[in-house]
Ligand binder design. Structure first.
Ligand code: GAL
Length: 675
């Protein structure tokens, strides 16, 4: 059973932690929320000690009061189950339910996220508190959704994990014989004769078995999903209720297989924090939003972002209000049903005292809060975009990029030909090139229906199973244009090399046979015959059964193929054996898109600093124009700008740092002129 997530309006607000404040502050919170147009808060995240002060004894009087106050002010809420932060009593009662690090250190409370996901005592306590909250608040009319836990991701290597891992392995491999073969345990005398001999990948003398390490990642994702599902089932068992989600985390959290998880959520939501204060942050917003929309397969929700700060190494860089607004619109343009933040009010103490918030320490008389008020009013003007189109597809893309949790986990194996090849970096580089080309992008999982995409990118995918090979082959033969990056297909799903030349199972489809990986030194680079610059990685291949698009020009590879394209059926399969720099990748991608007729969302905007995204809605399409550049532009075409409430003919001016959201006339074409 799933509960549809269909808010009639864009949600705006953030994590709200009234338990950290005296009640006088609650009254001010309500007044300020009204002033800012906040319509949704998330309560209860990490509130376990306040809800269940002693094991099995609940005290939710304060939470009743918070809910009543929100209700009186017509503010909706997501209710979190507090299970990401077990209180001190829990550790004392169940020391075995604390997580254990690979080196055997057992963690203790004093921070957050101290739980061993497989410990029966933890699972039982989590179910109990979820059930308590569900029975008390599940039918509340202002409950917008359940926010189960927070950012699942604490990995445990202790005895409970070992037991659960063995159970999981037995299910996956069936027999010890199959496991020994899959893990290639003949290497270094690792053969297992008894399931009880198998451990999580704990601290050991040298390198781990890579198949064991990847299986453990898969297990952890499944185990956390099982824990989530138990809470979800408790909530549902308490009666009809609101949609259920848990917040995924971007950009570096790689503990979950989000595709598999999304199938179990009523709503996909994400926390997204920029990892650079520079202009590349705009591409990062697009990446996070495209990824989450794709996981969700339709409307989704930005559950957390930062109101005014960007963590940049040791410093908290300032995120200016105009950027905060443009970023928020960037998520909404790509299907988020609103913009929520961590957090409403900056904490006066505790571990995240210096994290930014919608109401900063300085209070409402601040640039940050003024920006928040402006965003609230703006989202209120945009309510009509919230209604999704009948087919649910909020963005129309001709290009897709494969995103695969296994792909990331495999590439974490140490001692590869070049350990600098990083999965998330490669996927982001491809997405960045597409973003710079101004085209709309979807992410897809293996096996997805990809017939609608003209071009499908597989930036790198070390381990490939035979179903994936068949899926890619069908895509190409049916007329798709596949672009495969280096070090793809070299291994099977158990990280075992496919012998006979790389890229293993993809040799036939790509028409190449690579005999040697030739990684470059960190300061080394070389040119290809088409002028591209290559770093990090090159490969030696036989004369291909494919057209050669570019050759290496230096060293022992001089003259040998670097980029190839094979026609197969009605489509093509391109192989890029070299590590292109971002600029070269940008050029390569732009040329490829032009060749296959993939057009930017707004061709005139490319190169002006204006990012254009088209969001589909029930009543038509909306063109979001976000100006990250430094010279104002005039945009003209048939439509109506919802921001300025003005017609877009004969034209509107979008200033540097500004934005417009245009309800377009059907089939509208647009001109963009830099002023
Ligand atoms: C998120 C988390 C929040 C807060 C925030 C700070 O990962 O869900 O509770 O810690 O980070 O950036």
């Amino acid at each position: 059973m799933t509960v549809p997530f269909a808010p009639a309006r864009l949600l705006f607000g953030g994590d709200y932690n009234p338990e950290q404040w005296p009640r006088e502050v609650w009254a001010e919170d309500m007044a300020l929320m009204r002033r800012a147009g906040v319509n949704t808060v998330t309560i209860g995240v990490f509130s376990w000690a306040a809800i269940e002060p002693r094991e099995g004894e609940f005290d939710a009087g304060w939470l009743d009061d918070v809910v009543a106050l929100l209700d009186a002010h017509e503010i909706g809420f997501f209710l979190a189950t507090p299970t990401a932060s077990p209180p001190p009593w829990f550790t004392r009662a169940h020391p075995d339910a604390m997580p254990v690090r690979p080196d055997g250190t057992r963690l203790s409370h004093g921070s957050r996220d101290t739980y061993a996901i497989s410990a029966p005592a933890y699972r039982q306590a989590a179910r109990r508190v979820a059930r308590f909250l569900a029975e008390r608040y599940g039918a509340h009319p202002r409950l917008r959704g359940w926010h189960v836990h927070n950012e699942y991701g604490t990995v445990d290597h202790g005895p409970h994990a070992a037991v659960a891992f063995r159970r999981w392995l037995e299910k996956r491999h069936g027999s010890l014989e199959a496991l020994n073969a899959a893990w290639n345990t003949a290497f270094w005398s690792q053969r297992y004769d008894d399931w009880d001999e198998i451990l999580p990948p704990c601290a050991t003398q040298y390198l781990h078995n890579p198949a064991q390490a990847v299986d453990f990642k898969r297990f952890c994702s499944d185990e956390m999903l099982a824990a989530f599902a138990e809470q979800r089932d408790e909530i549902r068992a308490a009666g009809p209720t609101a949609p259920i989600t848990t917040n995924f985390m971007l950009p570096t959290w790689n503990h979950l297989d989000q595709w598999g998880w999304s199938d179990h959520l009523d709503l996909v939501s994400v926390d997204h924090y920029l990892d650079t204060p520079g202009p590349d942050g705009e591409a990062h917003v697009a990446y996070g939003a495209d990824l989450t929309r794709s996981w969700g397969g339709g409307p989704w929700l930005l559950m957390e972002q930062s109101a005014a700060g960007i963590r940049d190494g040791a410093r908290q860089a300032v995120k200016d209000p105009d950027r905060m607004i443009r970023n928020s619109l960037g998520y909404v343009a790509r299907g988020s049903q609103g913009a929520l933040f961590f957090q409403w009010r900056a904490s006066a103490g505790g571990s995240e005292t210096w994290h930014s918030a919608m109401v900063p320490h300085a209070g409402p008389r601040s640039r940050t809060f003024e920006g928040v008020v402006e965003l609230g009013a703006l989202l209120d003007h945009l309510q009509e975009v919230a209604a999704p189109p009948h087919d649910g597809r909020v963005v129309e893309a001709d290009v897709a990029v494969l995103w695969d949790a296994d792909g990331w986990w495999s590439l974490e194996t140490p001692h590869l030909p070049n350990d600098d090849l990083d999965y998330a970096t490669e996927v982001r580089a491809t997405h960045r090139a597409l973003w710079r080309a101004g085209v709309a992008v979807d992410f897809v999982r293996t096996g997805a229906d990809v017939a609608r995409y003209r071009v499908l990118f597989v930036p790198t995918l070390m381990a490939v199973d035979s179903d994936t090979v068949a899926w890619l082959t069908r895509y190409v033969e049916a007329g798709g244009h596949l672009v495969v990056g280096r070090f793809t297909g070299v291994a099977d799903e158990h990280q075992r090399v496919v012998p006979g030349g790389y890229p293993g199972r993809l040799r036939d489809l790509l028409g190449v046979r690579v005999t040697e990986h030739v990684p470059l030194a960190p300061d080394e680079s070389q040119e290809l015959s088409d002028g591209s610059t290559v770093v990090q990685w090159t490969e030696r291949m036989d004369p291909p059964r494919a057209e050669v698009l570019a050759t290496y020009s230096a060293g022992t590879l001089a003259g040998s193929p670097a980029v190839t394209r094979r026609s197969a059926g009605a489509g093509t399969a391109t192989y890029v054996s070299a590590g292109l720099t971002q600029e070269s990748l940008d050029r390569f991608v732009a040329a490829l898109l032009a060749r296959h007729g993939v057009r930017p969302v707004l061709p005139g905007a490319v190169g002006t600093g204006v990012e254009a995204i088209r969001r589909r809605g029930a009543a038509g399409t909306y063109l979001f124009l976000l100006h990250h550049g430094d010279r104002a532009v005039r945009v003209a075409g048939p439509g109506h700008d919802l921001v300025s409430d003005a017609p877009t003919e004969p034209g509107i001016v979008v200033p540097a740092g500004g934005y417009a959201v245009v309800r377009e006339a059907p089939g509208a074409t647009w001109s963009v002129t830099t002023l």
